[in-house]
Ligand binder design. Sequence first.
Ligand code: MRU
Length: 349
Amino acid sequence: MTEQWMPPIYRDGDVVAILDQRLLPHREVFLRCTTLKQVVNAIKTMAIRGAPAIGVAGAMALALGAKTILAAETQTFRRKFVRMCEQVRSARPTANNLAWAVERVYSVVVENPQGTVAELRKLIQEKADELLREDVATNLKIGSWGSRVIPHGARVLTYCNAGALATADYGTALGVIRAAFASDPTIQVFSCETRPFLQGARLTSYELMRAGIPVTLITDNAAGSLMQHKRIDIVVVGADRIAANGDTANKIGTYMLAVLAKTHDIPFYVAAPRSTIDPSLPDGSEIPIEQRDPREVTHFQGKPVAPKGVDALNPAFDVTPNKYITGIITEVGILAKPYGKAIRKALEE
Ligand code: MRU
């Protein structure tokens, strides 16, 4: 990171500062949130996005919310806090990390049934701070494991933004790239622009340029041709939810890349923390897929790019079946097939 880099989310006393990613790459503006509602709104409107980042934001939202609950008794506090947890959990449906973080924060209340309201508020804040610190440490480990699979001088294709901006810092897929670049400055990255929200164009290329990592932006449509002409050596992407068998939900379009990679015999890796794994889902068929406003497809920066009134679909994620995935890079190692067994073991560690 360059010296001026500020992580995309941090706490400043009673304020949760969130880098407004909707304005990137042109403007770096931090939203200074003081209420749960403001943070939930930042998640819903994609001011902050990326599975681990919204998990951390959700935890911070709960810490802010806990401070506003008017209750003298623990029972009343707990009842109101449960409602807040639901509000935060439902802000975005696909990323497992959000529900996971809410559960982790709520566990503080469950584990301290005798705690006073003041004690619980303090413990909730401490847990949110811990989740933020833990996420960075986790990403550094993912980077360290993942850098081992990046060949010398590799041309790495990535999708969406699974970088520092999508986490508390450092990133998952981009963390792998950062770690590899630290020992091999000859690697190069190809970033797909990632229609319709353009996380690749706006965020990944911005983030990699700031880190001094060579990046070439391509249209999503160009990926197949580059693979066909042997210009890509490896694909590394992030994940929003991984089912118990390794099926992986990530940004819409990831599945197409995985199929293409298989066709061209190119390794396809998913980099994600264990908090992205949802062991309650046997496979990817039940992963809830967020449907976003069709205006993101029919319009660009407020201007229509399609005929008025045309029907449009805007699923935000797709599911890549496990057979297309070469390995899942986590903080406890690189999981290999059969993923069911490897995932169970990773979650026990
Ligand atoms: O809709 P977004 O921008 O939140 O989608 C983000 C992604 O799909 C990322 O690849 C995923 O969350 C992993 S981020 C480390």
